[in-house]
Design a protein around this ligand. Structure first.
Ligand code: ADP
Ligand code: MG
Length: 232
């Protein structure tokens, strides 16, 4: 646990800096957005279209800052033994409305009991949110996302499987690089944040993908030695 906390603090030093900068940029950005909106309402063709683009780009900056702000603050990192299943289920519930709109069904399959993991609950939620959102975004025509859990070599592993476009092999090493995105409205920060959080948990994230068929993301976390095994 001590070492885990130490790692979390290192993560937080970077996170604090990023969050500080993001916060400072957000204030002037809010006024830029406000005045652009006013000008947009008054403008006519073709200027109106320029303001459309400006607002879309300002929104993009805003979402990049939003993800940077998610990089941890030190006092908020608390490792405790938790059951990951309800954490994942909360995230799935959160995304359900969005899934229905996009014609996506999210199926979950968990064993009756999984060992607990030492984790910061809200940070892990962030990881699952990023990964399940990516799975949904990979299927613009709709489809099924399968989320399952199992024990593998003493780790608790969660698989998120989609039927999306897949990832070409030469792109795999780029995943998690800051700002690497293939999406028009992407930030390319979701996986970087997820990697950092998992590293602080001694966890791993692996991608298996077949272009045109889909992608499986496997997230593994060491089972807690102090927490309840929660065995049925
Ligand atoms: P963003 O979602 O903002 O693009 P991420 O860091 O979450 O940023 O993801 C980076 C990139 O990794 C994505 O733009 C996409 O190319 C690729 N990716 C991640 N998950 C998947 C997936 N399930 N299927 C296909 N590509 C994916
Ligand atoms: Mg993403």
């Amino acid at each position: 646990m001590d070492e885990l906390l130490l790692q979390a603090e290192k993560l937080s030093a970077v996170g604090q800096l990023a969050a500080g900068v993001a916060h400072e940029i957000r204030n002037p950005l809010t006024s830029l957005k406000g005045f652009t909106q006013i000008l947009h309402e008054k403008a006519e063709y073709p200027e109106r279209q320029y303001f459309d683009i400006m607002m879309a780009e300002l929104d993009r900056i805003d979402s990049i800052l939003g993800e940077m702000l998610l990089l941890a603050k030190p006092q908020e990192v608390h490792f405790q033994p938790w059951d990951v299943v309800p954490i994942v289920q909360e995230v799935v519930a959160l995304l359900l409305t969005q899934a229905v709109i996009k014609n996506i069904s999210v199926q979950t399959d968990f064993p009756a009991a999984l060992p607990f993991v030492d984790c910061d609950k809200s940070q892990l939620k962030q990881v699952f949110l990023n990964v399940i959102k990516n799975a949904m975004e990979a299927m613009p025509q709709g489809g099924t996302v399968r989320v399952s859990g199992q024990v593998s070599a003493g780790d608790v592993c969660i698989d998120v499987m989609d039927q999306g476009e897949g990832i070409p092999a030469d792109r795999l090493p780029k995943l998690g690089e800051p700002f690497f995105t293939t999406k028009e409205k992407g930030t390319g920060l979701g996986l970087m944040v997820s990697h950092r959080i998992l590293a602080a948990h001694r966890g791993t994230m692996r991608f298996t993908s077949e272009p045109g068929k889909g992608t499986t993301v496997r997230i593994c976390l060491p089972a807690s030695r102090t927490g309840s095994q929660h065995l049925a």
